[in-house]
Design a protein around this ligand. Structure first.
Ligand code: LR7
Ligand code: MN
Length: 625
C-alpha cells in the first residue's frame, strides 16, 4: 500500500511491496504525486527523499514541521503552498522583505522556491497528439549532466526531484553533477551528497577545485559518463511528464540529431510555470546573441503543420539537450578554450549544422527553466571580456567571410584576444565542414545576417548626419521612425577635451560628394560616453536584396511620409535603389527619394520627390563605420 496525493485529497493505491522502476514510471505517467508533506519533511529533516514506501509512511508519523511549513495550505497562498500544477507562490507578508533582500543571491526569489514542495506537480504539457506517440522499449540510456556554480538549494534539489519523478528511470543511466567551485554554500556539500544517495539512480558529484566555467565543467562531466547519450541540463529546471522519451527517440533514429526540449519559463519571482511557445525557434542577432524568432512558414510546411514533430532549428539555447555520447566527441564536444559562460551554444549550433548534424527542438518535450535577468555570479576576467573572448573564438573558427561583418558590428571583438584556435580549425578541416554561407543559405535563410550585401557601415547624409536606429527595436510590435542624428563614428570624429566638449572633425562635401574637406571645431560631445555601443545604432547593411537593415529591422516607407523601421519582410515597401551618380536613395515602390527632415527631434527620414532643387538633404554616402 502506498500513499499518494493529487494535492487536494489523498488516495490509496494498492501496489506491490517493492517499487520497481517500471511501475514507478507508470505511476508518474498518470501524473500522481508523492505526498508533498512526506517529501518535504524528509528533505528538511535529513536532506533526503526516501523512495522506499515503508519509510515514507513511517516518516509521516514522526514529522517535524519546519517553521515555514506552518503556512496553511490555501491560507496566505490561495494557490496552494506546495505549488499545485506549477502555479505561482504568494509570499506571505512576513517573508516579503527577506525575499527581496535575498533575491541577489541567485538572481531569483529563493524564498519563493523554498515555499514550494520539491515535488510540486507541473501540468502535463503535451498535446493529445504528442501523447499518442509510441516509443520502442529499447530507447538509448542517458547520462544526465548538470553543472552548477553557487546554485540555490531548493532549485537544485527540485531539479533532481523532477528528473526522478518525471522520467522513466530505466533510461537514466546516471546523473553526473559538476560543482564548479561553488563558494560558501554548505548545503552543496554533505547535505547534497546525502540527498543524492537516496535517489533511485546513481549520482556522481565532481568538484572543481578551481572555477572552470560551464563549458569545461560539462566536458569534465561528459568524460566520466558511460550512458548511450548525454543529456545536459541547467541546475534550476523542472522536467515535465514525458520530457525525456521524445529526446531519446530522435537520437535513436538519427545519431547526428542534437535534440532540445521546448524551454518553459519558471518565473524568477513567483516560480509560476509558464508553457513555452512551440511557434519559435532559435536564431541569433547581429551581436551574436541567441534569440527566439517565429518559426517560418517553410518549416511548418516541411513538417506538415504537425506540431508534434520536431523543428529543425538554426541554433539552440544551449542549456538543455540530448546528444549521442560518441557523436558528441566526434563532432568536437565543446571548445575548451571558452571560459565561464556564453557563446558555446552558437558555436555548437554552427558546428553541428556545418559538419553534417542537425539541431532539433522537440515540441512534445517540455522542461521549465528559471530565466534570470542578470547573472548572480562573477565572471573572472570581466563579463565583457569573457563573452567577447568566447564569441571571437567562434567567429574566427566558423564565420569565414562574415568575420568582417561581425567585427564591424561588434568592434569590441577586435580588441580581445581569442587565444589559439588552431585545434578548432583543424577539427573543422578534419570533419570537412561546410562554410558559413552554406549555413546561412540552407539552414537559416531567415537570418538577419544578410548572405550578400553591398555595404555594411553607415548611411551618411551630405550634411554629416547619419541614419540611426535610435537603439530601438520593435520587439513589442510598436513601429517607430528611423532617426537621423549626428554621425557617431567610433571615436574617430570626436576627441573629448573637456567634460562636455569635444574637438570635432566636421566633414563638408562638395556637390555630388566630390571634394570632401574637413574642418575642426569644438562642439558639445555627441553622446556622453561616446561608446561603440551607441555608435552601432548607426551601422546598417545595404543588402543585395536592396534592403536597408539594422539587424532584423528594415527601413520601410509610404509616399510622402516618414521612413519607419519594421521587421524585414521582403515587402516592396522595403526596397531601395541607391544611385551612385546622384547619391540618391530611391524608394522603389513610391519612386520617391529619402531625405532628412530635421524639423523634428531627433530628426526623421522622409520620402520626398526626387526632383527637388538644391537637394543636399537627399544625397547619401555609404561609408565605413
Ligand atoms: O562559471 C560557471 N559555471 C557553471 O557551472 C557559470 C555557470 N555555470 C552553470 C550554472 O550554475 C548553470 O547551471 O552553468 C549553467 C548555465 O548557467 P546560467 O543558468 O547562469 O545560464 P543561462 O541560463 O543564462 O544560460 C544559457 O546560456 C548559456 C550560455 O553559455 C548556457 O548555454 C546555458 O546552459 C543556457 N541555458 C539555457 O539554455 C536554458 C534556457 C535559457 C535560454 C534561452
Ligand atoms: Mn540557466
Amino acid at each position: 500500500i502506498m500513499l499518494f496525493s493529487d494535492c487536494t485529497k489523498e488516495v490509496i493505491i494498492p501496489c506491490s511491496s517493492s517499487l520497481s522502476t517500471d511501475k514507478y514510471s507508470t505511476i508518474n505517467d498518470r501524473n500522481f504525486q508523492l505526498h508533498p508533506k512526506i517529501i518535504i519533511d524528509k528533505i528538511n529533516e535529513r536532506n533526503k527523499i526516501i523512495f522506499d514506501n515503508k519509510t515514507m509512511i513511517e516518516t509521516t508519523k514522526k514529522s517535524v514541521v519546519p517553521k515555514w511549513q506552518n503556512i496553511e495550505p490555501g491560507a496566505t497562498n490561495p494557490t496552494n503552498w506546495h505549488g499545485e500544477a506549477g502555479r505561482a507562490v504568494v509570499i506571505p507578508d512576513e517573508l516579503k522583505e527577506e525575499s527581496k533582500k535575498r533575491f541577489g543571491e541567485n538572481q531569483f526569489n529563493i524564498i519563493a522556491s523554498d515555499l514550494i514542495a520539491l515535488n510540486r506537480s507541473v501540468k502535463d504539457q503535451r498535446s493529445a497528439r504528442c501523447r499518442s506517440h509510441k516509443f520502442p522499449s529499447d530507447l538509448p540510456s542517458t547520462s544526465i549532466i548538470i553543472v552548477f556554480h553557487n546554485e540555490g538549494n531548493s532549485t537544485l534539489l527540485r531539479t533532481l526531484t523532477s528528473i526522478i519523478l518525471r522520467s522513466p528511470i530505466q533510461y537514466i543511466h546516471e546523473i553526473i553533477m559538476v560543482d564548479d567551485a561553488s563558494i560558501a554554500r554548505d548545503y552543496l556539500k554533505d547535505p547534497l551528497e546525502a540527498f543524492t544517495k537516496e535517489l533511485p539512480v546513481s549520482v556522481h558529484i565532481l568538484r572543481n577545485t578551481d572555477r572552470l566555467g560551464l563549458m569545461k565543467s560539462r566536458l569534465r562531466g561528459a568524460e566520466i559518463a558511460t550512458g548511450d547519450t548525454l543529456t545536459f541540463l541547467d541546475a534550476h529546471i523542472e522536467c515535465s511528464s514525458g520530457w525525456l522519451q521524445y529526446l531519446l527517440y530522435e537520437v535513436k533514429k538519427d545519431r547526428t540529431a542534437v535534440v532540445c526540449p521546448i524551454i518553459d519559463v519558471i518565473n524568477d519571482n513567483d516560480f509560476s510555470y509558464l508553457t513555452g511557445s512551440d511557434m519559435t525557434w532559435g536564431g541569433f542577432n547581429w551581436r551574436l546573441n541567441f534569440r527566439w524568432y517565429p518559426v517560418p512558414q517553410r518549416e511548418e510546411i516541411r513538417r506538415n503543420n504537425d506540431h508534434s514533430l520536431p523543428l529543425l532549428s538554426p541554433t539552440m539555447a544551449g542549456g538543455l539537450f540530448t546528444i549521442d555520447r560518441k557523436y558528441f566527441y566526434e563532432i568536437g564536444a565543446y571548445d575548451p578554450g571558452m571560459e565561464v559562460w556564453g557563446g558555446e551554444n552558437l558555436e555548437m549550433s554552427f558546428r553541428i549544422w556545418q559538419c553534417g548534424g542537425k539541431v532539433l527542438i522537440h515540441p512534445c518535450s517540455h522542461v521549465g527553466h528559471v530565466f534570470r535577468k542578470q547573472t548572480p555570479y562573477t565572471f573572472p576576467g570581466g563579463t565583457g571580456n569573457v563573452i567577447y573572448h568566447n564569441n571571437k573564438r567562434l567567429v574566427e573558427v566558423w564565420l569565414d567571410k562574415y568575420k568582417d561583418f561581425i567585427y564591424t558590428i561588434i568592434p569590441e571583438l577586435k580588441r580581445v584576444d581569442a587565444g589559439d584556435v588552431s585545434e578548432r580549425l583543424a577539427l573543422r578541416e578534419r570533419l570537412k565542414c561546410k562554410d558559413f554561407q552554406w549555413y546561412l543559405q540552407n539552414i537559416y535563410p531567415e537570418s538577419s545576417m544578410p548572405v550578400n550585401f553591398y555595404h555594411v557601415g553607415i548611411l551618411k547624409n551630405e550634411v554629416y548626419d547619419c541614419a540611426d536606429s535610435l537603439g530601438l527595436t520593435n520587439d513589442n510590435g510598436i513601429e517607430h521612425n528611423a532617426g537621423i542624428l549626428p554621425c557617431r563614428h567610433q571615436g574617430v570624429n570626436q576627441i573629448r577635451i573637456e567634460s562636455m566638449f569635444c574637438l570635432t572633425v566636421h566633414h563638408v562635401y562638395g556637390s555630388q560628394g566630390a571634394n570632401r574637406t574637413a574642418t575642426l571645431n569644438t562642439q558639445k560631445c555627441i553622446d556622453r560616453t561616446h561608446s561603440p555601443t551607441t555608435a552601432i545604432y548607426q551601422i546598417l547593411v545595404y543588402s543585395k536584396k536592396n534592403e536597408l537593415r539594422f539587424d532584423d529591422l528594415c527601413m520601410e516607407a509610404n509616399a510622402n511620409s516618414a521612413v519607419k523601421l519594421q521587421k524585414c519582410s521582403g515587402n516592396e515597401k522595403q526596397i531601395w535603389n541607391y544611385n551612385n551618380e546622384t547619391k540618391q536613395m530611391k524608394h522603389v515602390k513610391s519612386e520617391q527619394c529619402m531625405a532628412t527632415d530635421k524639423t523634428k527631434s531627433p530628426g526623421h527620414l522622409i520620402l520626398v520627390s526626387c526632383k527637388q532643387e538644391n537637394n543636399a538633404n537627399q544625397r547619401w554616402y555609404l561609408e565605413q563605420a
